[in-house]
Design a protein around this ligand. Structure first.
Ligand code: 13P
Ligand code: SF4
Length: 319
């Protein structure tokens, strides 16, 4: 406990010394979420993390999340220093969409508008017409459909499936998935729902379609928080990374949040839905990078210039 307190104290001090601001995702350790909020930074979803980093005056951004979040921050603010507690914190969607194969896929469908999820490398974004997050994917694809466009979608097939069903757009999918959300199971979720008949089910759209079909609310991390706040139910079953539980519980005292079942769940594993890469962010890592200014995110400038175009489109669309 005292080591934790000392690290937090050190981080608060170093943020001031370095004129730095913290940006944390809802999935990272509660300490990193709370510190961001207490120190005038942001804890949010991937869309608002991108916007906040771009708009904030601080010259150093410390991004607690996964690699694509740090890269997006750097692409949007090439003049700023972007640090991350652990540069190896990647994402299965990013890993599952290597740029050369993805480019070849795009080349073989030149008639399609390329829409990629933010959970991709800078190189993949540079090949896209649009970048989206789960906060705006449905609206962007709907707008493109109304312009008569056919879509090439990458990399998350489950989010793509959800967007396709919501919009009816003509979409061709890359077959990627999130190793965390892919583990939620519809059969077990049905059983849990039967045990809690008044519970409402909140599902992130990276989950499989049969899990999404059981949801009372489907959306990005911030959309799920909003739904939990606005719905009058007392009990909620939540199908997303369990890092979200901290925020859900602290913003909704009196409501009960239960983790949706995953295939890996057992008596010894009460919290299986945890992104291994988000979990790489730690207080010690954060203190270390602030002290040494190591772990700086770099993106090739030419690549960055190209990747910025579809990211800017997303930020303008959602402004
Ligand atoms: P959000 O954009 O909903 O925050 O999700 C990011 C993510 O990585 C979900 O797994
Ligand atoms: Fe990627 Fe899934 Fe982790 Fe989100 S939870 S960062 S999509 S691996």
């Amino acid at each position: 406990q005292s080591e934790r307190t000392a690290l937090k104290h050190k981080i608060r001090h170093l943020l001031k010394v370095r004129n730095a601001v913290m940006v944390s995702h809802f999935y990272v350790h509660p300490d990193l979420q709370d510190l961001a909020e207490e120190t005038g930074g942001l804890v949010s979803d991937s869309l608002e993390m991108a916007r906040f980093g771009r708009n904030h005056a601080a010259q150093t951004l410390v991004v607690s999340g996964v690699r694509f979040m740090g890269e997006t921050a750097k692409i949007l603010s090439p003049e700023k220093r972007v640090l991350m507690p652990d540069l190896d914190a990647t994402c299965s969607l990013d890993l599952g969409c290597p740029v050369n194969e993805f480019s070849a896929f795009c080349d073989s469908h030149p008639e399609r508008t390329v829409v990629v999820y933010a959970n991709t490398s800078a190189a993949v974004k540079a090949r896209a017409d649009w970048v989206v997050t789960s906060s705006c994917a449905v609206d962007v694809v709907q707008a493109l459909k109304e312009q008569g466009r056919k879509i090439l979608w990458a990399p998350d097939k489950h989010l793509g499936d959800y967007v396709q069903r919501q919009t009816g757009a003509d979409m061709l999918f890359w077959q990627g998935s999130c190793i965390v959300h892919d583990e939620f199971k519809a059969f077990e979720l049905q059983a849990l729902k039967a045990d809690h008949p008044n519970a409402k089910v909140l599902v992130h759209p990276e989950s499989p379609p049969d899990v999404v079909a059981l949801a009372d609310s489907v959306g990005s991390t911030s959309a799920l928080l909003k739904a939990a706040h606005e719905m009058s139910a007392v009990t909620f079953i939540v199908a997303t990374d369990n890092g979200m539980m901290h925020r859900l519980r602290s913003l909704n005292p009196g409501k009960i949040f239960i983790e949706a079942p995953t295939s890996g769940q057992s008596a010894t594993c009460k919290s299986c839905a945890q992104c291994p890469w988000m979990a790489m962010n730690s207080l010690a890592g954060l203190a270390h990078v602030l002290e040494t200014t190591s772990n700086e995110v770099h993106v090739d400038l030419e690549l960055s210039r190209r990747a910025q175009v579809p990211i800017d489109r997303m930020l303008a669309f959602t402004a």
